[in-house]
Design a binder for this molecule. Sequence first.
Ligand SMILES: [Mn+2]
Length: 397
Amino acid sequence: MRFASLFGLAAVGWHSVDVLACGGHKHDEREWTQEELEELDRKWGTEWGFTGIGSFAHLPHTKCLTTPSTHFDIAILGAPFDTAVSYRPGARFGPRAIRQASARQTSFRGFNPRAGINPYASWATILDCGDIPITPVDNTVALEQMTQAFTELGARSPVSNLLRKPRLVTLGGDHSLALPALRALREHYGGLRVLHFDAHLDTWHPAKYPSAWPSTQSHFNHGSMFWLAGQEGLLSNSSSSPNVHAGLRTRLQSLEDYEDDDAQNWVRISSDDMDDFGTAGVIKSIMDTLGTEDPVYLSVDIDVLDPAFAPGTGTPEPGGWTTRELIRVLRGIEGLNLVGADVVEVSPAYQGAGEETALAAAQVVFEVVTSMVKRGMGEMGLEGANKSGKEEGKDEL
Ligand SMILES: [Mn+2]
């Protein structure tokens, strides 16, 4: 309000500055009544899908890393980082693209019929916490920045007493960010189980990237972060509680890659399994393996989709799932106990004008957030409580 008044005075010329300088007419400091503010909000508070400055789903935006008093139940957090990739770079622009593609997600029309809830108008305080400002020129520093940021935000007290800790949903960024994200969860949940949608294994020993110029820093890359996570004890290592890959179809060095993956406590669902068992079979396989109690970190590499549906990614592999199949699987696994999630490897420079890749990523986030909120409602005994889909407060469209 103060800014608007000053701007109005400045617009009528320098005389107005004199008025301000003599201090006699402080129109900008008048007291606004609650009724007046409510009237302004009634007239101008509406936000269309195509208006606003571009937070995820028009959610309130706070730069949470610089405001330690900000609390939330679910944070949407950008990690614009792509200097650990092995092929096409560009995922540093992923968070912006995913936010833009989320524009038609609003609290006014956010009711998710498959779940019977509107996640943006329910018990959870959901914020867009902005981006981690990650350096693009020093990966050692970048890893430390991400580790500190995820750890600090993940340790905050949630708003709702339903949660022990808030949930972070990260917009990538290349896939290496899963390592610092998992580091931040270790203190609260111990060795986590991971559900990993991807064309690629990402459990590769760093030496599988052949180089005559060995370096330790090169170990931190977007195909080895789950190997590193295993080395650091961040993943479940009990054979009765394995981690799960889904959508695999990558070329290998040899079948030894699968043996290495087995030794790291992963089970594999291939892209072809979708043809053989369908979405219901893939869902059943995931749920039978992970159950509904153990804390699970969900990591979605958008290259799990076929390049026909998601060309905007760094290491595309033909023969992947459709967007519909992935969304259907995500809907079917809503019973998981998700304690964190990411959607990574969205590289908008390679996508089409229709934003298909970023749209798919934004929908992944919507489905994941829906499931997190729905699980909380179930724990409150409120499942399906706002089936009308009508929102009580804000008049966003
Ligand atoms: Mn990956």
